[in-house]
Design a protein around this ligand. Structure first.
Ligand SMILES: [Zn+2]
Length: 210
């Protein structure tokens, strides 16, 4: 992960908030303390959509949640964290509110939403998004998925995963689709994951017009 692809303060804070939302205030404090992020209890990061947190803040949080809650707990909390983060991001972003309210083809709006997210996350939409209109699907390719980087580095091939586990990004992608829920519904599956030895994490978004 580079600075460019690290999380914004807004996304990071929303993720921490979501942990509190699921685990309660005390649960959140325990996670932060355990992850070596205890300072954040007194001085929480703000909701700035531009500033980015240092790389190690992200990995400490991701690894801390996984160490405390186990892989299944991690997936449940972080999936919700991703979806919650998008709601918060929209609350703080006029351009996104404008896009959601725009009178325009809903599939095109959905594509614009994913492009904006991918660009903001530091990636090239042209290289990472693939459109399959005949299947009503969009694929997001993440050969350098930031969510599993640290787990791969720490555990290498020693930790056995039996299914994809990058739940925060899956939640983010679901949350983006849900922005357009008046017109469209989406489901998101992570169908390839580097934690399983795949060369990339790959998310398949399937949409249905309402
Ligand atoms: Zn993955």
């Amino acid at each position: 992960m580079t600075t460019k692809t690290s999380l914004t303060h807004l996304a990071y804070r929303s993720c921490v908030d979501a942990i509190g939302d699921v685990l309660g205030e005390n649960g959140k404090k325990s996670v932060l303390r355990f992850a070596g992020l205890g300072d954040m209890i007194e001085n929480p990061i703000d909701y700035d959509p531009e500033e980015r947190v240092p790389y190690e803040f992200v990995t400490k949080l991701f690894v801390g949640v996984r160490d405390i809650l186990g892989d299944r707990g991690y997936e449940a909390v972080m999936y919700r964290g991703g979806a919650f983060a998008v709601k918060n991001i929209v609350k703080h972003s006029q351009p996104l509110q404008g896009l959601i309210a725009m009178d325009f083809d809903p599939v095109e709006k959905l594509k614009l939403g994913y492009q904006a997210y991918v660009r903001n996350a530091g990636y090239d939409p042209e290289k990472t998004l693939e459109y399959l209109p005949e299947n009503k699907q969009i694929i997001n390719h993440r050969p350098d998925c930031t969510e599993c980087d640290e787990i791969l580095r720490i555990h290498g091939g020693t930790k056995v995963f039996t299914k994809p586990s990058c739940a925060f990004i899956r939640g983010l992608l679901k949350g983006i689709g849900d922005c357009f829920e008046k017109e469209i519904s989406v489901s998101v599956v992570e169908e390839k994951c580097r934690l399983l030895g795949d060369p990339q994490c790959q998310y398949r978004i399937t949409y249905t017009l309402k």
